[in-house]
Design a protein around this ligand. Structure first.
Ligand code: ZN
Length: 247
């Protein structure tokens, strides 16, 4: 199988992941047909920063999903990516997912770029200090008041909100990983959210093999840059291919 030999031969692989990698861990696809945005209005970053009512709404929405994120376990795909790293061929994991499951699975922070942030931390919007979410959610659940930092700044789960730019440092690291990659594999992403979906294309346009594995159509289907397109559940395709490559 072509995928297996590419995985075996790569020295500087870039893995790009989306929601389809996390559905096997029980994380709902919030853009999907039953996604949360069919029920709730997203709070834009600018409103969060200027309105206490918007902050209450945002914390209430995050509280709704908190237990699921806290209890989610990495699945076979996350663990296969860790095995690739230990085998020495993986250069970077760039993810659109905010569930923190790559880190929890054991992907090293130095190789991981969480482009859309993470629910695993709460971040002060003034001093940027990060802290564990648990106590902040307990405080909000009890008081219905959005928590604040010791510095007085506004605390927000460390995900990128609507209307908020991606972190420049994260984009720079993802771009650099794409420049160095000798193979790029996109897993469980519809590749429809930009600028994130530009990352695998950067590597592919340098002539590197580009593999897309997803259940359902992606925006990159039919592009000349895609070397191999596998249709189906990532969890049923990718871990087995990794096992075969690392034998
Ligand atoms: Zn602060």
């Amino acid at each position: 199988m072509q995928l297996v030999s590419w995985l075996r031969d790569s020295k500087r692989m870039l893995i790009f992941t989306g929601a389809g990698v996390s559905t096997g861990s029980g994380i709902p696809d919030f853009r999907g047909p039953n996604g949360v945005w069919k029920r709730r209005q997203p709070v834009y970053y600018q409103d969060f920063m200027k309105s206490e009512a918007a902050r209450v709404e945002h914390w209430d929405y995050k509280l709704e999903g908190w237990a699921a994120f806290r209890d989610a376990k990495p699945n076979a795909t996350h663990l296969a990516i860790v095995r690739l790293e230990h085998a020495g061929g993986l250069n970077a994991v760039v993810t659109q997912n905010i569930d923190g499951l790559h880190l929890r699975a054991g992907t090293s922070a130095a190789r991981l770029v969480e482009l859309h942030g993470t629910n695993s931390f709460v971040e002060c919007q003034t001093c940027r200090e990060r802290s564990e979410p648990g106590p902040h959610f307990e405080f909000f659940a009890k008081t219905r008041q959005p928590p604040r930092c010791a510095c007085g700044g506004l605390l927000k789960p460390a995900t990128i909100s609507f209307g908020q730019n991606l972190r420049e440092e994260d984009l720079a690291r993802a771009t650099e990983a794409a420049r160095q990659a000798d193979l790029v594999v996109a897993l469980g992403s519809t590749l429809s959210v930009y600028p994130a979906a530009e990352v695998p294309l950067l590597a592919a346009r340098r002539g590197m093999p580009y593999v897309v594995i997803n259940q359902g159509a992606t925006e990159h289907d039919g592009l000349a840059e895609v070397s191999l397109r596998l249709e189906g559940d990532v969890g049923e395709i990718f871990p087995g291919a990794v096992d075969a490559a690392l034998q």
